[in-house]
Design a protein around this ligand. Sequence first.
Ligand code: 6LW
Length: 541
Amino acid sequence: MAEAPPNLAPDEPAVPSRNRARTARARTFRNPILPGFHPDPSICRVGADYYLVTSSFEWFPGLPIHHSRDLVNWRPLGHVLDRPEQLPLDGVRPSGGLYAPTIRHVDGTFYVVCTLVDGTGPSGNFVVTATDPAGPWSEPYWLGEPDSFDPSLLFDSGGRAWFHATRPVDTDGHTEIWLRELDAVTLTLTGPEHVLWRGALNDAVWAEAPHLYRVGDFYHLVVAEGGTELDHAVTVARSRRVTGPYEGNPRNPVLTHRHLGAGHPIVATGHADLVATGTGEWWAVLLGVRPSGGYLGNLGRETFLAEVVWEEDWPVIAPGAGRVEPVGTPPDLPEHRWPAEAACDHFEDAELGPRWNLLRTPRERFWNLTERPGHLRLRLRPPTVTERACPSLVARRQSDAHFVAHTAFDFAPWGSNECAGLVLLQNDDFQIRCVVTLRDGRRVLRLIRRAAGADERLAEEPLPDGRVRLAVEAHDQSYEFRYATPGLAWRPIGAPVDGSVLSTQVAGGFVGAHLGMYATSDGRPSTNVADFDWFEYRGLE
Ligand code: 6LW
């Protein structure tokens, strides 16, 4: 960070104000502000800088952190948990791992509180701290509370800090928001527990994602309810005392798309976190889903931006519209763009850039960018992408319903157990693989779709020697694969594949589709490698 953060609490009482006349603003911005799998956003402001974290589940590094000056244009800063010793994701189930984080800043320190769900090592809630949001972040301070998730922090006046989170009260999806004081020096929970809220609707399910703010005379509790799919909603309650009792807003839910049907380009909106700008405006970041092909969504839950105003000491989200639209009027902040990310990674740097992710915690370095300069070298190792392991996979998010991705690589399989190529996946059981392997001593290109844990071979073509180029072009649920070898023109492999195995609705869980480069020796030791020269991804919308 270039400048020292001013000593400013994100939750400091601000004067509730109506955002200024919207007609004066001619610019527009596009939602989502973070396309592709970026659920459960949480935001804080330090002076003119905004920092945003999102969930990452079984992917490593954990908790991407983005930086913006105008709330619309974001650049990746890195990840909160980027050291294997900080993040034990070994053996974690798909859509286990890191759930919804919260980021706050007070007195020069950034705090992220989060939950590691169903870990095979330490699990439950933890806090990490940093003085620079780009890192390094501390080792986790484990708070326990393994039944609770979606933790948040309120730093109140007088130096007190309040941990709040969600926990189940039964096995039917009923939950409660509870609160306990956090000793911000020892980072331990202290004092009595208080139950604050169980949701606004009669018999509400999944009251979760709580965030407390002190605004004006009230403590405002913003929660999600209805579950993170089509019935998702934002509801609010307020109290003059942090420990309650909380009264619900009679106008709840204050935001939902549950009544808009499949025709709306954005569904499942909820899980909001609020921020006040330096100019006194208020905005919410929240998650939503852009369906592609009915209710199917392969991109997972993405991060959206919506305006907030205060009326009668209650927040109004998306005033005048009541819904989040794909195009909006931006905050009254000077536009601040960042250099565009290159569509093609030529692997010229010594480290992988922040767009690249690995599955679970890497305990050995299976990727290398220096042994063969300008190439990503993947070592063939026994784990495969069909196991709860850390396979030799380097992947990025699918962030557009329409996209094309290309890669070129050198790979000579030494046995029919060895393969390398392109993989698109939701999880260990739902994926599409286009890989070079050996059959009867000859090199072949094979296209496989995996649904509910069962592989189906869709196509296979003999492959001449030499460098292989692979491409996938997707349009909603249609994924077409092509390949080329030296002297051979591009040709399709198989028919277009139904990609619905890459949707959350079919695969289940909380993540969005990833695609990337993969190599395995399938259970046997090997010293073979696959060298990827470049990887290009372009949205086609
Ligand atoms: C998140 C919670 C949720 O913790 O999904 O259904 C979880 N509810 O808010 C994972 O994003």
